[in-house]
Design a protein around this ligand. Structure first.
Ligand code: MC0
Length: 147
């Protein structure tokens, strides 16, 4: 089901400062930036490698408000790894198959994610304390719909 690690999402207070640090220290390039109002974040994707069905990235996340998911996370835990995202070929199919095994979905349907991907989150309490995201990349070969 999982084809690769799509990205590691890192919560931060200051996106520009963290972009500067990650790109300089690890010699990574920012390949996309977006404000995602639905998710309450301003984010940047730093490319690491290409893999099956899409690339692998570090995703830097700055909250748009204190009561957003990332805003609450920062208040509670401070900066650090917020979620791990896995690349799948078909996000709707993966959601159904995972949910059948008793893992709660935080999204009823796929939503819009970075770089026109289709995404869905799984409840961290059902995945060993790890907020988990499923990502169907826009270039995965499946048509992008219902976003
Ligand atoms: C909360 N919990 C976490 C967590 N956030 N555990 C691991 N990793 C995290 N990031 C834990 C809390 O500590 C708590 O545990 C329990 O989950 C329930 O939390 P809650 O009190 O309900 O807290 P809320 O209201 O902050 O909700 C948490 C929840 C929410 C994960 C349900 O953040 C959510 O729906 N997230 C999915 C959407 C999201 O994160 N969007 C931002 C990234 P205890 O033990 O204290 O009960 S958007 C993104 O990444 C897009 C742009 C993309 O990739 O393309």
């Amino acid at each position: 089901m999982f084809m690769r690690i799509d990205h590691i999402g890192i919560a931060c207070h200051d996106l520009e400062e963290k972009i500067e640090f990650f790109s300089r220290t690890f010699e990574l390039t920012v390949v996309a930036r977006e404000v995602n109002e639905e998710q309450g974040v301003k984010e940047a994707m730093l490319h690491i490698a290409d893999g099956a069905g899409g690339g692998s990235y570090i995703q830097l996340l700055e909250p748009l408000s204190e009561d957003s998911p990332v805003g609450k996370f920062l208040a509670r835990r401070g900066e650090g790894v917020h979620h791990v995202a896995f690349g799948v070929n078909d996000v709707a199919d993966a959601m159904a198959r995972i949910n059948e095994k008793g893992v709660r979905l935080l999204d009823e349907r796929p939503r819009h994610g970075s770089m026109n991907s289709r995404i869905a989150f799984l409840h961290p309490k059902d995945v060993g304390g790890m907020l988990t995201e499923l990502v169907q990349a826009s270039d995965s070969g499946k048509p992008s719909q219902n976003v």
